[in-house]
Each structure stands twice: as C-alpha cells, then as structure tokens.
Design a protein around this ligand. Structure first.
Ligand SMILES: Cc1ncc(C[n+]2csc(CCOP(=O)(O)OP(=O)(O)O)c2C)c(N)n1
Ligand SMILES: [Mg+2]
Length: 799
C-alpha cells in the first residue's frame, strides 16, 4: 500500500477530484452519525438511527441519480441524500431535534423522527413543481418494506410517460419517461410480503425500478439465517433474472466497501434500467453498522467478537481510504486533514442547528418568563413555576405551556395584572402549535376537494333511464377523454371493464395504458396509484371488493393518508381508490368494515354514495381536486335503473353535505350507502303506523356533515337513530360522536340515541345468512317502533 502520491497516478486528475469529494462527503456523513448518536445520549434528541456503514454504496448510487428521478427508500440513506444535494447537515440535525420550521427540516418540519427523507415536490401554494428538473425523494415511512408499493408506481409512471404519446406534452412531469425510480431497502426488510409482491409486479410491468438492498446481515439483532432462505436475497431472486427467452430483472451484486466495484455496477445498472426500462436489483453485500442498529441498544449484545472485529476491518470508509492510498490518489496527510475538517464541520453544523432550534422556543419562553416575573411580584407562590421555566436545560415548548397553564390554574379566583396576557400567551402558542403539529392532514391548497365548484346535475326530457353501471361508464369515459393524465387499473378493469362493467369498452376506446388489468395484488395496486399520483398523474386504482381492502389498508394508512401531513404540505398524491361493497354474499363479499376504515384512514376522504349518479358526481369532484379519496360503491346498485344526467362529465357533488332523502318530524334516521334503501323500506311501514321519519344520507363519512345539517333535523325530531351494516360500535359510533358531541346534538335529545348495525360477526352466506346478520327493513321498523313505544305506548302500543 502506498502512502505518497506517485508521479504516475492510476486514476485521472479529474477522477481524483471526484473521488476525494466523495471521500469528504462520506467522512462528513459518518461524523454526523457519530455526533447524532451523542446528541441522543445527551438528551437533546429523543431517538437516533443513522446511515453509518452504508456511505460508500450510496455515493455510487447518487452518481447515476439524475434530474427527474425519484427515490423511495428508508432511514439509512443520509449519505445518498447529501450526495444528490437534496439535504445538508443543517437539515439533518434539524430533523434530529424535531425542528418544526419547514425551512430547517424541509422533509418533515419536525414531524418525523430522524432518517425520514423527503424532498419538497410542491411549492408554497401546493402546486407540483417542475419535478422533471428536480431530484425527487418520496417521503419515507417507518414500517419496513412499506416504501415498496409506492416504488412500483413511481417506476410505472415512467413507462406511461414513455409509451403514451399524449403524455409527452407534460414536460414538467417527465422527459418522455426517461426517469428511474430508485428504491432502497434493508436486507431483513426483504422478508416482508410486500417486498415480494412489489418485485413480482415490477417484473410483470417491466418498469425502470432500480432497487438496492443494503445488506448488513442483520435486522436489528436477528441474523440473515432467520430472515432469508439461503441467507441471500439475490440468490433466491435468481429466478427473476431475465434471459433471452423471458423478460425479468437484471440482478447485480457488489460489496458495500468496494468503491470502485460499486461505481461500475451502478453505471451498468443505470444504463439498462433507464434505456431499456428493465427493473434492476443491486444486492450490496458486506455492509456494516459501526454504531449498531439505532440508539435503542448496542450491537455488542448480539454480535460475536469475530463479527465485530470484521465490521471494523471492513468498514466501508476505512476500505475506501485504503483504496485511495493504494491508487495514489491522495496522501495520508491530505486525508487526515480532510478527516479533521469533516469532524469539525459536523460539530459546527450540529451546534448551529441546535442554536437555531432552541432560539425559536426560547423566544416564546422569554415572553412567558416576563409575564411570570410580574405574576411572582404579585403572588410569591408562583416562584417555583417561574424557576421551572428558567431552569429548563433543553428547552421544550411543552415545559413553558405546562408552567403557563399551572400559573393560570393557581390564579383561578385571584386577581393578577398579567392574567389576561398569560391566557393570551397560552392561546397564541396553542394556535401556533396547531399549525406546527396538526396542519395539512388534508389538502390546504386551492384545489382542496372542499373547494371544488359545485355544478348541479342537468336533466332534460331526453335524459335516459339506464343501469347504474352505465352511469359510471359514461362518467369515466368523459374523464378519460377530458384529461390524458387520468387512467384506471385494477383486477379485471382492463379487458372486461371491471367485474361490474363500469369501464366496459373503455380499454378498446382509450388503449391498454389508460384502462389496464393488473395482477391480484391489492397492496401494490394502491402503491402503484400512490406513485403515479406523486408523479402528477390522475390514477383511479380499483380494489375489487371492499373486503379485500384489508390487503391495502396498511399502505393506505401508513403512506397515503398521512403523506401531506408528514411532509407538512411538501408532497401530495391525489389518488382515487375505487371499490364496491356492503352487499353481495357471505363472509368475504358482504362486509362493511367502515369503522376500521374511518379509524385508520384520516387524511383520505371516505365517500359512500348510495347510487351511481351520486358516485359519478363525487368522481367528478375528486378528479378536479388534489385530495386522495376512497369511494365505496354499492355492490347491489349496478343493475338498478337511474336517470343519466345530461352533463355526466361535468356535474359535481360537494363533499360533507348530507342529503335529506325524506322529511319527517318524529325521529331522524342517519344512514348511508346501500342502507339508504333498507331504511327507506322500513320507514314506509313506520309511516303507515303514523311514525314520521326524517331519513338522512350522510353521503360522505369523511368529511362528515360540514355544515351540521343533521343536528338541525334533531332539533326538530328530538330523537335520533344511526344505522349501517358495520359491527356495533363501528361507523355508527363515529356518526353518533359527530352529531351528539361535535354538533352538540345531546341537548336536543328526548330519547336515548340508538344504533342499528350488523351483528358482531361477519355476514353469513346465503339470503338467510344475510337477513339474520345485517339490518333489514323489519329490524328498522321494530327498533324505531320500540323507540316510539317508549315515548307513548298509547299512540304506539306493544305488538
Ligand atoms: C413493519 C415493521 N416491523 C418492525 C419494525 C421495527 N424495525 C425497524 S428497523 C428493523 C430492522 C430492519 O432491518 P434491515 O431491513 O436489515 O435494515 P437495517 O436496519 O439493517 O439497515 C425492524 C425490525 C418496523 N419498523 N416495521
Ligand atoms: Mg440489515
């Protein structure tokens, strides 16, 4: 090994400069990891997970990441983000401390723990930037492998942009599909089902997806023998390797400490991926974790002495250093200088970031201290409260808030000259914190679904009475015609136009790229939609039946629902998920798990149209908005006759506006979806017995009755029933909480509120199974009659 520069370098001067710049970045990134861990142990940050041991491979990957490309990765990728210039160490430390200023932490505005990377793809108005000219990273999430479904969509978009000439005009979104979607995943995370589902989908779709597996032989403490058959993901994926007969993947391996080899492999991998749109796997072996998995524990507990010694020896930065010297690119002295500077730079940036983080909090605190000092002058008992604020070592907003509220509690019934100012301080910090911690669950842009202009349906003498499915088909045909960015896909959506023919004939008309069949893979169907929507397209992803949404519920909840929230408006994916449910047959075709959906999907609008005209009106609204939404059509409504609006492509329905289906004065019945018809049937019998029912279709569960129209009905009837097909305490409990608590309906009740729901078990098969498992018109009659019997057994005697 040489330690001096020779006169005949083996690497060109230009290359040397590049290598040394890479080495410098690797050292800075490593120092940031070392410093970051200390910050956690000093109590300045709550948790830390770092990219040490993965630096060199990420430098190689960054070299082939071009403008317009997208990343979907995980918490180890700090060096990559630094190398592509989309993050600096100030951002890095700001996220570690949870700095809530979006300028300080552009990825998550302090909402996510460190190591969750994202670029800001939206401008301040919520409009998509010219992402074809940017280096993009979709926003990371914590569940292992959950970046994979979205990655499929990010890659699939390139295929559409390349192969559909109508999309070439959108040069701000794509340069004719030349972009690669880069994925990264840890070796152990490849054990997850959605990894395999995504790999298979990408192979089938033949999309430019370049996935790197960072393999350090462990997943926290669990070694590869427990994770992967044969202990090697590239070995077991070998069957995906393309050959002269079959399309598939290109699979490479490289060692995580071999800079030269990594650079070569990534150059080859990029070429085939970008030019031929072939999915690629780069399995990067022999990586290390110098500091162990995270700040939650130490790896000395589970790694052998030999393994730990090997990790020191094969540390990628150490190996790169040896190679640099071996190649005579630099000298020991030069490298030592560079290493010293990297250390100093990381420390300086850390200090500056901490100062910037604490300054904002201290400004609030100073104002409070001034008020408390005045309060102490009048009430010496508050001295202790003041001391708590003054003595906080690592300032936190909640310390000050606790003190302010404590002082206000003490001052109840006492007079104090700064009492109002203290209350005002609490109010201001509370409202600023609402923006810091609770904004952007839904779109806040001018394209919010709540702001879409409402266009009423128009009917004429010529309006035809058609099957419900034909209403939808007409609506979708207009949408596909109007906007080349709209596309629909899912199981059986392409050739036969979905199992209920909402897209019948539309593949023939608009082509396979616009109306497309997919494999049976609900999770990655949704992921495909998320990725496409992130890249500016308008996907309608179909999940064939509501019961099978469970396969996708995790990705909807963890990824889509909080995308705007976790980036504080930095990214959006206005995906429409279309499904059908509530009514067919049996345990897996007639479920109505609405409570589960409502509880897990805040951030996605949940629409439950009672017929296909309403559904079409909602689709038209959603396609003009930038919010994601789940639309659940009524499975038994496709063959029912409905009047087709003359402006089927234009009319739109507002979200959060219930409709009164029938006016009445004795009792309000609140329901939605297929239950509207069941309730109306029961109500006919009730009316015959002299019970006047007001029936309200909520239409959209999220948002729920924005203008509080239901409580207006309750004010009139003083009695309320919530009915649906979910389990007891499911969506009916949600509706009850909304009306009685949020709308303050409790004050107008003359009878106990009741819920009519399905049974606790899932619906049994067959007509009788359905009848005895789900609410039916007779049950509606019985329960409401009983309610009125309790009011007056003279008017409504027992029967
Ligand atoms: C679904 C899920 N299960 C468990 C965890 C907890 N967890 C976080 S990281 C991790 C190990 C991941 O190992 P690997 O994929 O090899 O990545 P590495 O940290 O080694 O780079 C686990 C189990 C999680 N985040 N998500
Ligand atoms: Mg690992």
């Amino acid at each position: 090994m040489s330690s001096t520069k020779t006169d005949f370098p083996m690497v060109s001067a230009k290359k040397s400069v590049e290598v040394l710049a890479d080495y410098k970045l690797a050292c800075e990134s490593r120092e940031a990891s070392l410093v970051g861990r200390k910050e956690v142990f000093m109590g300045k940050a709550k948790f830390g997970i770092f990219g040490d041991g993965k630096e060199v491979a990420q430098l190689a990957m960054a070299k082939v990441f071009r403008n317009g490309d997208h990343r979907a990765g995980y918490y180890r990728d700090q060096t990559f983000m630094l190398a592509i210039g989309e993050m600096n160490l100030h951002h890095y430390f700001a996220q570690l401390y949870a700095h809530t200023d979006v300028k300080a932490d552009p990825a998550s505005a302090g909402r996510l723990m460190n190591g969750h990377f994202a670029t800001r793809m939206l401008d301040e108005n919520g409009a998509l930037k010219n992402i074809a000219q940017l280096k993009n990273s979709s926003a990371d999430i914590s569940p292992t492998a959950a970046q994979m479904p979205r990655l499929v969509g990010l890659a699939y978009a390139s295929k559409l942009f390349r192969n559909n000439p109508e999309l070439h005009q959108f040069s701000e979104l794509s340069t004719k599909g030349n972009e690669i979607a880069f994925g990264t995943i840890g070796n152990a995370s490849t054990s997850e089902g959605m990894f395999f589902e995504a790999i298979n989908a990408a192979g089938v779709l033949q999309v430019p997806m370049l996935i790197s597996v960072w393999d350090d032989d462990y997943g926290i403490s669990v070694p590869k023998e427990y994770q992967t058959t044969k202990g090697s993901i590239s070995k077991i994926l070998a069957g995906f390797q393309r050959d002269k007969n079959d399309k598939g993947f290109e699979i490479f391996t490289a060692r995580g400490w071999d800079y030269e080899e990594l650079c070569k492999v990534y150059a080859k991998a990029e070429k085939v991926c970008r030019e031929e749109h072939v999915p690629v796997i780069v399995h990067v072996l022999e990586m290390t974790q110098p500091q162990g998995h995270s700040t939650s524990g130490s790896h000395e507990r589970y790694k052998s002495k030999e393994r730990l010694a090997w990790e020191v020896q094969f540390d990628c930065i150490r190996k790169m250093r040896e190679w640099i010297l071996d190649q005579a690119i630099s000298t020991v002295d030069e490298l030592e200088e560079l290493e010293k500077n990297a250390k100093a730079y990381a420390k300086k940036t850390k200090d500056q970031s901490w100062k910037a983080f604490t300054e904002g909090i201290q400004a609030d605190q100073h104002a409070l201290v001034k008020l408390l000092e005045q309060a102490v002058a009048e009430h010496a008992e508050l001295k202790e409260t003041l001391d708590i604020v003054n003595k906080t070592i690592n300032p936190a907003r909640h310390d000050a808030m606790k003190a302010a509220k404590g002082a206000l509690r003490f001052l109840i019934g006492k007079s104090c000259s700064v009492k109002d100012q203290l209350a005002e301080w609490v109010k201001t910090v509370t409202s600023e914190s609402a923006d810091r911690y609770s904004s952007h669950l839904y779109s806040q842009s001018e394209w919010s679904a709540l702001k879409v202009k409402v266009t009423p349906a128009v009917y004429s003498d010529n309006s035809m009475l058609v099957d419900g499915r034909e209403v939808l088909r007409a609506c979708f045909a207009e949408a596909l015609q109007r906007d080349p960015k709209v596309l629909a896909f899912g199981e059986d959506v392409g050739k036969i136009g979905d199992v209920n023919q909402g897209f019948a004939g539309l593949q023939e008309k608009f082509g396979e790229l616009r109306v497309t069949d997919t494999g049976i893979r609900e999770c990655t169907i949704v992921g495909q939609g998320i990725g496409l929507a992130l890249r500016g397209l308008r996907p309608i992803a179909e999940v064939q039946y509501l019961d099978y949404l469970l396969y996708a519920i995790q990705i909807l909840s963890d990824d889509l629902a909080n995308l705007q929230y976790r980036t504080k408006g930095g990214q959006k994916a206005p995906l429409i998920i279309r499904t059908r449910g509530h009514r067919l047959e049996g345990v897996w075709h007639a479920g109505s798990p609405m409570g589960m959906i409502l509880n897990s999907l805040r951030g996605i609008f949940v629409l439950v149209p009672r017929n296909m005209v309403q559904a079409a009106g909602f689709y038209n609204t959603l396609l003009r908005s930038d919010d994601p939404a789940l639309v659940i059509e009524c499975l038994n409504g496709y063959r029912l006759k409905e009047k087709l609006p003359d402006n089927i492509g234009e009319f739109s329905l507002p979200l959060g506006h219930p409709e009164i289906l029938k006016e009445g004065s004795d009792v309000t019945i609140v329901t939605y979806g297929s239950m509207c018809r069941v309730v109306m049937e029961g109500v006919r019998e009730l009316e015959e017995k002299g019970i006047s029912c007001e029936v309200i279709d909520v239409q959209t569960l999220l948002p729920f009755d924005i203008h509080h129209t239901i409580v207006e009905s309750l004010k009139k009837t003083n009695r309320i029933v919530f009915a649906d097909e979910d389990v007891p305490g499911g969506a009916t409990a949600f509706m009850m909480q909304q009306v009685l608590e949020i709308q303050k309906g409790y004050q107008y009740l003359d009878s106990a509120p009741i819920t009519i729901t399905g049974k606790e078990h899932r619906p049994a098969y067959g007509s009788d199974g359905d009848y005895f498992s789900k609410p039916n018109p007779e049950e509606i009659f019985d329960r409401v009659y009983q309610l009125m019997n309790e009011v007056s057994d003279q008017r409504f005697p027992n029967y």
